[in-house]
Every structure is written in structure tokens, then in C-alpha cells.
Ligand binder design. Sequence first.
Ligand SMILES: [Zn+2]
Length: 272
Amino acid sequence: MDCCVCTSMPLILRPPRNSICGACYEGARTIINMINNLETEKTKQNTNPNNNNNGSLASRRNSSKTLDDCIRWWSEQIEILNQQKEDLGFLRGIVSAFKEQIHTDILVSPGGHGLPIPAHKSVLATRSEIFKNMLECDECKAAPNNQTITIPDLNHEELSSLLEFLYSGTLPEETIAKDVYALSRAADKYAIPHLLRHCERYLLSSLDTSNALQTLEIADVCSSHNLKETTLVFLVKNIEHVVSSPRFEAFVHRNPHLTVQLVSRAYANGSK
Ligand SMILES: [Zn+2]
């Protein structure tokens, strides 16, 4: 069918050149409905009495009726996104206080007698309730100068990654890839859910037969239910490959309860 939207040569169409094919019609309806749904959702959030936001132009405007409205909506969203990027860049400026050690007031020591890393108590305390409690303990109060806290579970490099995350709220993917298991455990132990979600996303996206057993262990330790469930399903699908791998025996010794869960799941799956 002739379509004035998706044809590459609209001039060869028969006048009045305003016919539209089913796919373009459905696509246009879907875009308009999607934006109406997003606007309704946003209006609900903005009218929530617990929300101080008075609502953007987009949320106060009536529902989108045409593709032209949709284009205006997207332009507004791009402006909001650019503003948020600018705000985020401003907030992340604090990472330079860590990297350049500006007015640091505490030393954070890794395990294994590694060199301590200077940091700021206020940052540690606002990012983790556990650090806040550690800093408020009697021992720290008693020695206001040259205070040190020790994070025995992390080596120097892992601790440096953890601290960088606390300042910037993110990490380069190669850093997460290198330290993901240590960072996951630290996120769980020191109650930093934002870091745990970063690690979970990385582990989910990199799940394969070479790392699935270790991922299952971490998901179990950190009570990451979604990650654990996805990994169990993946392991069951690849059970023959997994049980014949040299890592499996060591895994069984370390995690008898997880082995029972995995084997019974695989057995139930095989008997269906
Ligand atoms: Zn079309």
C-alpha cells in the first residue's frame, strides 16, 4: 500500500498523498498512548502529597493528541535530561575532594596492613549507616586526631574502588568488573544498596558458565533474590556443563545448601 510516511519517494504517490499504512498508523497510536501513559504516571507522582515537586509543564498539560504534541514532549524531556546531567556533574565534583585529598579528616585502612586512604567522615556517614555508626563509636570519639577506621574485608585496590563509588555514585565498568565480588559483599555488609544494585546489574549482564557458580554464591550471601533466581535458572539450563566443570566440586564443599537447591531444581526440571 502507498504510505506517505514510510515511502522513500512520496512524490510518486497518487494525490492527495495522505494515505498511511497499517504499520505507521499502529506506530503513531503506540507513541501517543505511551506518552499519555507516562504523563498520567508523572501527574500521579506530582499530586502525591509527599512529593514537593509542583509539576513540570509536561505534567500540567492536557494529554497528547497528535504526533506534534509528542515531539514537543520529547523536546521537554531532552531539556530535563540535559539539566539533570549538568546537576549530576556538579554533584560529582566532590570526587575531586577525595582524589586530591582536600581537607580529609579520617584514614580508612584496608585489610592486610595495606596503606590507609584519606577520606571524609561526612561522606562515609551519609553513604552508609554502618559507617555512620562506626564513626560515632566511643573509640573514634576518644581520638579526634589521626582517626582511622579499618575495613578488613577489602584490599587496598578494592577499598579505593569502594571509596570512589561513595563519592561519585558510580564506577567505570572495568573497575566493577575487576572487583565485583568484593564490592558486592562490601555493599551488603556496609548497607550501600545503590552499590549493590550496580553490582547486580553487572553480574546479570555478564552471567555465563564460567562465573555462574560464583554469582550464585554472591547472590545468596547478599540476599539478591532476583540475581539468585536468574542464576539458578541459568545453571539448571546448563547443568551438564556446570557439574562437569572443575569448579563444581569446590562449590559443593563451600555451599552444601546451594547445591541442594540447584540439584533439586535441576531434578524437578528434568522430570517434567
Ligand atoms: Zn507507512
